[in-house]
Ligand binder design. Sequence first.
Ligand code: ATP
Ligand code: MG
Length: 745
Amino acid sequence: TPDALPPYLMGLNPPQRDAVEATEGPVLVLAGAGTGKTRVLTSRLAHLILTRRAQPWQILAVTFTNRAAREMRDRVAAQIGPMAQDIWLGTFHALAARLLRRHAELVGLKSTFSILDTDDQLRLLKQILQANAVDEKRWPAKLLLGTIERWKDRGLTPDKLSIDDGGETAGGRLVDLYRQYQDRLKILNACDFGDLLLHIVTIFQQHPDVLAEYHRKFRYILVDEYQDTNVVQYLWLRLLAQQSKNICCVGDDDQSIYAWRGAEIDNILKFDKDFPGAKIVRLEQNYRSTAPILAAAGHLIAHNEGRLGKTLWTDKDGGAPVKVRGVWDGSEEAREIGDEIESLQRDGHGLGSMAILVRAGFQTREFEERLLTLGVPYRVIGGLRFYERAEVRDAIAYLRLIAQPDDDLAFERIVNVPRRGIGDVALQTLHRAARGAGLSLSLAAYEVVASDELKPAARKAVSGFLTAIDRWRQLAQGLSVAELTEQILDESGYTAMWQADKSPEAPGRLENLKELVRAVEEFESLPAFLEHVSLVTERAENSQEEQITLMTLHAAKGLEFDTVFLPGWEEGVFPNQRSLDETGARGLEEERRLAYVGITRAKARAYIFHAANRRIHNQWQSLLPSRFLSELPQADIDLSAATGLAGAYRASSTETYSGASYGGGESNGDRWAARRAAPSRGPVIEGRATRLATGQSPRFQVGERVFHQKFGTGTVEIADGDKLQVSFEAAGVKHVMAAFVEKSA
Ligand code: ATP
Ligand code: MG
């Protein structure tokens, strides 16, 4: 009878229960978003332990993030109590580190080995490059380290590579350098992140007795987000599961979004070859989202080729369509989202149930500013709040020092960033002088350079720094804050420092710096901007209240929210430019999977935004709506007018959009085309005209002929302050800033 069911099985549907109870032998749960894959794993842990098939410490469970591990442990603990603490549950890296401590000597390390961070790794590799007289200008250490790390992701130790695998890199010596790097690590009793798993795999391969010990120990293996495992993770799992074959992996090929970090979607596609006789469970009922949200996600992902294909359904009735909204620019987008959040709050929806999911980290800035203005508490997950990011703080430290010469914290932060030869000794001298004379550091620095307290090189460096600051301080009188910021970032070598940096984070940091310049642009004066920043950072403190979540799409994997906002769906932003520049569809398909992940995070409400204009590389650019929008099903999306210029924009954006042919599929280009044909523009223009009559007088009149550098000549159709809709003779209807057009004859 159902009454006899233990609580962890109650409420599971038949295939879910099947996946939980099929404890022996390999099981792959292959299913779409929100079908309860993670819930199956949690229930399976409870089931294995409560039916005494295994003790908690005989189970190995792998999650994708530490957070997911914590959550899973909490859920299991709710079912089985404190025993949950003893499960071997964590990320690949955490589990591997724990195992490696036990067997370090087998790969020539002591159990006390240290794990290097990226900085240490680079320093070490640089020493090796120098010792081998490798030209670092030509072959930057970061670049070489990247290749080495990718080899590690694929389970390739130097022994498994032939000299040729390094190609021409570093004069054909990369494999040899890799070997030296590994040798050095051993001497230092250290390993890097990639080594954790690689060493364990090596140990298992070379020491059958050790492997056998773990075959006896780990009776059951469980893996979440299996689609995002890389080769070495896969090898490790396969070795461990070899004997018992009790491995249960859950995943969704449509949510594979880490190929750029070495994940192999093939792992999931070939599971039943590696584990013959594997039981494949498909879950088709989605418990998370309403029907329109599911339909939107399903239609979109159907545009990818080479998928396994899955059915998804829900028994939830009704539900609002996915709202697609066109806006003029980023600030209108942030305003609209802010308004919607407040309106949802008024209707009783908590902030904790809402999220804004962006494609790239820098995109949170505009929303953060808006939320701060509105007084809506927020948190940024998987990253820092914009003004807390290191590069943003560095840049602001320059500005602070210019506005306020006595700001010692700012001085210390950037006096040697980028490196300009002002080392610890010099800094100590400055501190001593400052204390002695009761001056701030930068004032003391003037005294010190006038004396002979510093070595000539350091003295020159400090004096050069002071001169630069003085000059910027003078420039601050004449330039706009944005111009000043750009000039400082440029002349100080700060931007160049990140441009030269080949680490994976560097592009994101550069984007944040550009975003900072955009932020600064909104302020009249340097003090006004700095005041804003200090208020912004101060308000970040009280975090007890309920908060809305901001994060990247990548970080949102596995999570769910009642309401999800998806801004920035424009060609070149999402899908991003890199995927569009690439030949072949690999990158584009990964972007589409990311879009799928985004939509499927929503339980009840999804809003997608696209802006007609964005400042990219310091220039206003007109953007096309993302092709993904045309891949959504007509019946399940709502294009109803947003307020403001967006309404007017939409009428024409659809025109621009269907004008550009993306081809393919049962696209709803028809729908966009239909909207173009609809006589919606007349009334919209009238509406604008009426509003204009009461607003400020525009520099351009409707009907006026104008010229634009990029688009040529055209006729103004709508004028709203500095925003124009122009019908260009060659380029069609575009939205442009008044500042970028001139009157034409
Ligand atoms: P993703 O692919 O996004 O990781 P998932 O397949 O792991 O999703 P879960 O997060 O496990 O899905 O479940 C999605 C939601 O559905 C959760 O809120 C979960 O509690 C709920 N759920 C899962 N199975 C059932 C069920 N049988 N009955 C009711 N709710 C369920
Ligand atoms: Mg999940």
